[in-house]
Write a new protein. Sequence first.
Length: 318
Amino acid sequence: MSALIRVENLIRDFDVSKPWLNRVIERLPKARLRAVADVSFEIEERTVYALVGESGSGKSTIGRIIAGLIGASEGRVVINGADIADRDHGKGVQSELQMIFQDPYASLNPRWKVRDIIAEPVAVRGGKTEGLAERLLEQVGLSASDVTKFPHEFSGGQRQRICIARALASSPKIIICDEPTSALDVSVQSQVLNLMTDLKEEMGLTYLFISHDLTVVRHMADRIGVLYLGSLVEEAPRDRLFDAPKHPYTQMLFDAAPRMDAFGREVDPPKGEIPDAINPPPGCPFNPRCPMATDICRQSHPEPRMIGETRVRCHHAE
């Protein structure tokens, strides 16, 4: 398989400084938050690549950069051989990409009928929209007659199906799924995930799946990247990652996750707090919470290296 998406040395900084006058009076320098720190990975065509990590780890920021909603500070994103920052070719490849957002209640215009919501991505490009919404609604398990309804007439799971239909309207190759089921009930989650899996096989889609739910990721992903404080600390095929995690942070996530086969087990909660992203600790960003940390961890940021099929940033991964 060929890499459909290549993310190369991606960095994204945000200016979180106080207003100019406050900085002058208080003699403060500018403050920058590094949300994404030198992240690189590839997504092969017709596969599901998952990004996991705690809140604030940079998952959604990476998804928005790939989608073109925000720019990168450094690095680049290459889709189907074209740099998305290239004015001549970038817009063409981004038309092959759509995004499904976390909250189906907030991502649909409450004043529009479902027909207009689904057809919009095609209409803005001057494409034919006759019968499109009806066909896509049936494809995602709703009724064609629902095109005349408004979003408030649907449940959360039905609204997310409408969001999926809207994403499919422009026949994309890539869909970025940013926590697509976290706002739904567990019973509805499985229906939406199964629908997404069926559509992937039927239409040959490629997914970037962003989630903090390891159970969902294990069900969906082919390959997984684990993010901590903006850095990709471990990346491996799904089964390899779950069977033999190499990074202490990945092990901590797995130990803290609920398991069906472990009723009544004693679990130590994750230790420590996520460091301040504006003033991260020196060396490995995980060292203040890591039970294996040594002097080298506090002094030197580990470079990514391969251990079998796993790419890991850890001085003591063996």
